[in-house]
Design a protein around this ligand. Structure first.
Ligand SMILES: [Zn+2]
Length: 454
């Protein structure tokens, strides 16, 4: 629609500047020292919603960080789209690996570098600018509601309760989320699901204090060695996970779906070069996209113990700790898997150490059908602005709240992510391509149009 394009073209510099302002607020949900920043960011989101033309926007409390709710209702008899996103970000550490400040956005080679640029501030903000486009050009055909939370990166511990308590406020016909990536600008794709997550921490203790490694070494277990062995035993020589029952509930993807996944353009050399790896690694018998989409995995997210300062210290540490997460696929239960992992790591520990294990957070896997009205609207919208129908693919990441949103609100979720896999989400130098940002703002109004027409 020319009227949209004209409006967006005229306002594009401001659209970008506003996103950068949001990125300057260090809204790190995991750290209590950022509590005030969280509130500041929520207020900024609210202000932006109102400026974009929302009738109403509110910062609503939860038992944790607040939720920002906003809406523009044109006609209650028209379909309603609920946009979900999150204004919190991952901690930026390790800071020394950033080329510029994580909360000091820098534009280089057409990319915005800052924590939260792709995940998810830059992406949910496209929806606010899409709303503005629709309002200012007087072309709205759907009601639009926003649910922008502040705890996605810590597992959305309070959002389920919030949604259950605000069902009528959040009543809608579909949920639209831009918090994922597409294959590439040349080969757009739409995620048909997200993986689930189980996240635990395991602490191994041997002696009751750090010991002299000469006096006691050889006589007392080293917790780092023990923990490393426990972790190393999680995969066999085919990189298949050895934890008993790990694959029990997995719904195997159909041959048709596997064929579809493997039709997605994939260049192994480019994939490897981008990551700087000599070889890929993964479960035998599966391709890269299958490994990251239809198969469950286990990753060690962090491991520490003993002396890590400068120089050498001869010590036999008392403790070693690891943070361990599993990505889950349809029909696996996050709760059941967490119990399984906790029990497993306790059961395999030798009696020379004691093991404590506890849960961090989790979320269920989620799949969306590709024959729904919402998926078709998203597909048509992408085809309109990219000139090519998107390929349906399974997303590897997790959005823990998805299954809860569907259960509480009784509606399907559509994933329309505009990021790229190499956006460095959760890593140093997170970036979002400006082209993708504008393309998202251009595409989203078409979703509303086609959804209303469908
Ligand atoms: Zn995210």
């Amino acid at each position: 629609m020319k009227v949209w394009k004209d409006y967006q073209e005229k306002n594009k510099d401001r659209f970008l500047a506003e996103m950068l302002d949001l990125l300057r607020i260090p809204s790190v949900s995991a750290k209590s020292e950022h509590k005030a920043d969280m509130l500041k960011c929520a207020e900024a989101v609210k202000k932006n919603m109102l400026a974009a033309g929302a009738d109403k926007a509110e910062v609503m409390p939860t038992n944790g960080h607040p939720v920002v709710y906003g809406e523009k209702i044109i006609d209650p008899s028209k379909p309603t789209v609920l946009v979900y996103g999150h204004y919190d970000v991952q901690p930026p550490e390790p800071l020394e690996l950033w080329h510029s400040g994580p909360f000091d956005p820098v534009i280089k080679d057409g990319k915005v570098y800052a924590r939260g640029s792709a995940d998810d501030k830059g992406q949910f903000y496209m929806h606010i600018k899409a709303l503005e486009t629709l309002v200012k050009t007087n072309t709205m055909t759907t009601n639009i509601k926003f649910l922008i939370e502040g705890e996605e990166e810590v597992g959305s511990p309070n959002l389920g309760k919030f949604v259950a308590a605000n069902k009528s406020l959040l009543k809608a016909d579909v949920i639209l989320i831009s918090d994922s990536s597409m294959l590439s600008m040349e080969n757009p794709s739409l995620d048909t699901g997200v993986r689930g997550l189980s996240y635990i921490e395991v602490e191994v203790t041997a002696a009751n204090r750090d010991l002299h490694s000469g006096t006691y070494g050889g006589a007392v277990a080293n917790p780092i060695t023990i923990l490393a062995k426990m972790i190393a035993g999680c995969h066999d020589e085919n990189n298949h996970i050895t934890i008993p029952g790990f694959y029990d509930d997995v719904v195997t993807a159909s041959a048709e779906e596997r064929a579809l996944i493997n039709k997605a353009p994939y260049n192994e050399k480019e994939y490897k070069d981008d990551l700087g790896v000599k070889e890929l690694w993964g479960e035998k018998g599966y391709t890269t996209y299958e490994r990251t989409g239809i198969r469950p995995t286990i990753e060690i997210n962090g491991i520490w113990g003993g002396y890590q300062g400068e120089g050498a210290k001869t010590v036999l540490p008392s403790k070693a700790t690891a943070k361990i997460s599993a990505r889950l696929v349809p029909n696996q239960s996050s709760h059941k898997m967490t119990e399984k992992l906790l029990a497993y790591f306790k059961s395999i520990a030798p009696s020379s150490v004691t093991v404590k294990a506890f849960e961090h957070h989790g979320g269920e896997p989620y799949m969306t059908p590709i024959d729904s009205k919402g998926y078709k609207a998203a597909s048509k919208a992408v085809e309109t602005t990219f000139g090519k129908a998107p390929i349906p693919v399974r997303g590897g990441g997790s959005i823990p709240i998805c299954s809860i949103l569907e259960k509480e609100l009784g509606i399907k979720i559509i994933f329309m992510g505009f990021g790229l896999d190499n956006d460095n989400l959760h890593s140093p130098n997170e970036k979002y391509n400006i082209e993708n940002y504008y393309k998202g703002i251009e595409t989203i109004p078409y979703f509303h149009k086609f959804f209303a027409e469908g």
